[in-house]
Design a protein around this ligand. Structure first.
Ligand code: S3P
Length: 168
């Protein structure tokens, strides 16, 4: 199988952006982050979008963004944690699941980063969301990496795997 793009999925704070940036450097491919594109296009933060327009509206922006991105080839795309739950991702993408446990994520994520994520505000609800989503992430993934390890270690596991694949 020849893939057109690499799409990184996983729960909030699992390390998708960190992985994406390293893959991009090593593979000489562009890195794009769906959340950042939406924030730039809307000219406001994800938190503001959730507050003023609501989650449903945000989900329509995500679907539109991932559709546009996967119409082109050769990119490393980091998604928001809810994107694969609510949006369809092109089957021509190599989907990599960054699989970190909820407690590991909470321990790793600085307060500043946590504050940027409206769905992480309430820890109990966030844990329930994590449990709800995990099976979908697993089902969609072409490759899953155990992201409970030291960050540079699992990034290299992903890199070794994707370098063996054919990406356009
Ligand atoms: C969300 C994850 C966030 C962002 C938004 C909603 C989710 O992205 O898209 O706050 O539903 O899991 P990260 O996964 O990059 O934190």
């Amino acid at each position: 199988m020849v893939y057109e793009n690499i799409v990184l999925i996983g729960f909030m704070g699992s390390g998708k952006t960190s992985v994406g940036k390293v893959l991009s450097r090593h593979m000489f491919k562009d890195f794009v982050d769906v959340d950042s594109i939406i924030e730039e296009e809307q000219n406001c933060s994800i938190t503001e979008i959730f507050e003023t327009k609501g989650e449903e509206y945000f989900r329509t922006l995500e679907q539109k963004c991932i559709n546009e991105l996967t119409q082109q080839k050769g990119r490393i795309i980091a998604t928001g944690g809810g994107l694969p739950i609510f949006s369809k991702i092109s089957e021509k993408s190599l989907i990599v699941f960054i699989d970190a446990d909820f407690d590991v994520i909470l321990k790793r994520l600085p307060a500043k980063e946590r504050a940027k994520r409206p769905l992480l505000e309430d820890e109990l609800k966030a844990r329930a969301l994590f449990d709800e989503r995990i099976d979908t992430y697993k089902e969609l993934a072409n490759f899953r990496v155990d992201a409970n390890q030291h960050i540079p270690t699992f990034i290299h596991v992903v890199l070794d795997h994707v370098l063996d694949q054919r990406i356009l």
